[in-house]
Design a protein around this ligand. Sequence first.
Ligand code: BT5
Length: 264
Amino acid sequence: MATPTDRITRKSLLRELKTKVVGRTLHCCESIDSTNRMAKQLAEQGAPDGTVVVAGHQTGGRGRLGRSWEAPPGSCILCSVIFYPDIKPEFLFRLTMMASIAIVDALQATAGISAGIKWPNDVYVGDKKICGILSEVDCSSQSVRYAVVGIGINVNWSLKNDEHLGDSATSLRDLCGCDISCVKLLRELLMQIDSGYGSINDAAHLHSLWSQRCMHLGKTVRIISGNDTLEGTAQGITEQGHLMLQSAGGSMQEIMCGDVSLRW
Ligand code: BT5
């Protein structure tokens, strides 16, 4: 449950934050254009591994492909984490996998909500989106300079009657019927991410945790990828994070990016 003092501040978050890397350097802002934008700027300036940027409000919250991320001031989790991962660029999707697993586990631990991962970057409860992840990287073909993983979770914002998102999105308030402490949820999330980051090179373990939490493996899905609409059974993901889609005729296709829909 949230209390009247449930404001995300450095002090409230650092209390009982048991992490090795993630959140040891922490920037909390009332309002900013985008935590991902600020995190990238800090990474350019050499901010330490695991630096976290948190905002109460974003004036230009970003999604993928130029889309936007909405959240009323002071109601949701809006944060970005900087990483300098020791992985080859082709395996960078592991960071998104690690974040998705951490989000599902933190929602369960803090609010008792069973959520699932929707490839590539969403967390859903039932058929509604509760969280989006935006991973951005600076890398060459050989090495990764830095990666920023941005996370937006709908917490104390009622979306049921929202004109734009009511049909497709949900929040912890809508699901639990009460407000949930953003401080506790974010602290749990950062601890889960910290533990996942420690084993980012254990690909088999990560793959198994991700697959257990993915909501559409083995199911028939429709994927919008660029100008193409594809249908088939989602069979799994490759080491690079591409989705393996099996058509009704049995042929297998590797999809690099797209939006999965589970209902149409
Ligand atoms: C995402 O993009 O889902 C990634 C969102 C990442 C947001 C975080 S917040 C902290 C950090 N700083 C940033 O600037 N961004 C990150 P995508 O898959 O492209 O989904 C975007 C679409 O989701 C929009 O076009 C809307 O349709 C929908 N949407 C926008 N706000 C939403 C919300 N609060 N809940 C559910 N859906 C939303």
